[in-house]
Design a protein around this ligand. Structure first.
Ligand SMILES: Nc1nc2c(ncn2[C@@H]2O[C@H](COP(=O)(O)OP(=O)(O)O)[C@@H](O)[C@H]2O)c(=O)[nH]1
Ligand SMILES: [Mg+2]
Length: 459
């Protein structure tokens, strides 16, 4: 290598190192909120799209050179199944990819020209490694358990299970607990009992529309699937005073769950994130009724605690947070007509504000918006009694039939009890629209989402 070549090679290495940037974007939300759809859409849009599809994503307007999946990421980590997910949307009829369990990630290399004319003169392009991390919001719901004793957790759990929408579902498990021998901590009986508790949590979610289910890993175990760390259930508070081998074991498992499941999650995954999207399916909660909406609210308040960055916050003892922006996104906005999008955003804003008004709470910069990762409807108008009425066109997710309909209004304020007694919300689920190959998937405000989360880092 002559000296000129050598010098150029060194300078290239140096520039690469100097300008090599990495950005870790977390995508979370409770099961069914739309994480898989959003990640699939983000990867698809960044690798396939051009400026006309993402008009508000500024880097795409005149500096974008492209993006590709970088599979050199650590092969031992679960890879987000982007190609498989996309193939479901390409089927005829198109269908949604199955919801995933656990966490996964995918790395994209984003190439663009620098905004600075000086840098652009010395470098052909900038490259940023975007690591997309998908993890269940259920895991964030475990955070408050870190500050509780086993006794407090049992008391809080059974208070929750006594609520009208949960009581009937919980009754048979409660009766079962009353008959068990508290001195029997044999492997088989503990396994059976924990299996029943895990089924109860699933029933809460499916039958009672309940979101606040702990421990979150019992519903979405991830890498702890089948391990004794997940053998945990809340005994009846009065049983703790009686004592016994089973009480001792549960106390021990509760402590292990805190130190070997919850804390490592915050240290290993959460602490490395730079930006975060929290998806919220408000329409689903409105459909499920008043108690579901109330629990969604409580769950979100718990999730918010993970983003409380006040200097005195106890979470700082476990890890150093570095998330500098959070986007709270109402998902599936394509299930309502565009004139209702603002109401969706307002609902979520009101909820967040209630909490943020507390003086002690310090959230990093955040934004709220209504999005559809993959738009499953066409919005339009029909004439009714001589008047233009907004409507949607799409295909029912359950029957596949073509629909033209007005889905109804979204309340602009948190609905009170009276509204739920008078009105039953029924926002239909839609199947994905047929997707001719070569075309880019339709979305709502994905460009705003990308601009807010990545725009300032791609300069
Ligand atoms: N219409 C519409 N439905 C969506 C959208 N995103 C998700 N969904 C629906 O919500 C379901 C759950 O989404 P998914 O991404 O699997 O949620 P996850 O459990 O958070 O990963 C999907 O099967 C779709 O029915 C969207 O952008 N538009
Ligand atoms: Mg998923």
């Amino acid at each position: 290598m002559d000296w000129l070549k050598k010098a150029r090679w060194h300078s290239e290495q140096l520039t690469k190192r100097t300008f090599h940037r990495q950005l870790r974007l977390g995508v979370t939300g409770l099961s069914g909120a739309g994480k898989t759809a959003l990640l699939t859409a983000i990867v698809h849009q960044l690798t396939q799209s051009h400026s006309s599809h993402l008009p508000f994503f500024s880097v795409m307007q005149n500096r974008w050179l492209g993006a590709r999946i970088d599979d050199n990421q650590l092969p031992q980590l679960p890879r987000f199944a982007f190609e498989k997910n996309l193939s479901y949307l390409q089927q005829q009829p198109a269908c949604w990819p199955p919801s995933t369990v656990g966490w996964s990630q995918l790395t994209l290399a984003l190439r663009y020209q620098s905004e600075s004319s000086l840098r652009a003169r010395f470098q052909d392009y900038q490259e940023t490694e975007l690591v997309l991390v998908d993890y269940p919001g259920e895991w964030l719901l475990d955070l408050p358990m870190l500050q509780q004793s086993y006794q407090q957790w049992c008391e809080q759990s059974w208070l929750l299970f006594a609520q009208p929408h949960r009581a009937a579902t919980a009754e048979s498990f409660k009766q079962k607990l009353r008959t068990i021998d508290l001195n029997d901590a044999s492997v088989l009986s503990v396994q059976e009992l924990c299996g029943e508790y895990s089924t109860l949590l699933q029933q809460f979610r499916e039958v009672a529309g309940a979101y606040l289910n702990q421990p979150g890993r019992l519903l979405v175990p991830g890498e702890f699937e089948g391990t004794p760390l997940l053998q945990l259930l809340p005994l009846l508070p009065e049983q703790l005073a009686q004592g016994g081998a089973l009480v001792d074991l549960m106390q021990k498992h509760f402590a292990s769950y805190q130190t070997q499941v919850i804390e490592p999650f915050y240290r290993q995954y959460f602490s490395g994130l730079d930006r975060q999207v929290v998806l919220v399916d408000i329409l689903g909660a409105l459909n499920a009724g008043e108690s579901a909406l109330l629990e969604l609210k409580q769950s979100l308040l718990l999730i918010l605690q993970s983003f409380d960055y006040g200097p005195e916050h106890w979470l700082r003892r476990i890890f150093k947070p570095r998330i500098s922006k959070v986007l709270f996104a109402v998902s599936k906005a394509d299930h309502v007509t565009p004139d209702q999008h603002q109401a969706l955003t307002l609902l979520l804003q009101q909820l967040l504000l209630q909490h943020l008004q507390s003086v002690k709470f310090q959230l990093c910069p955040y934004e709220v918006m209504a999005i559809a990762a993959i738009k499953a409807s066409e919005a339009g108008f029909v004439k009714q009694n001589g008047l233009q009425q907004a409507c949607l066109r799409g295909f029912s997710a359950t029957t596949g039939e073509a629909l033209t309909y007005y889905p109804g209004d979204v309340p602009r304020y948190w609905p009170d009890h009276q509204l739920f007694t008078e009105h039953h919300f029924e926002f239909q689920s839609l199947a994905p629209l047929p997707w001719p190959k070569q075309q880019v998937l339709q979305h709502i405000r994905l460009d705003h989402l990308l601009e807010y989360l990545l725009g300032d880092k791609l300069t």
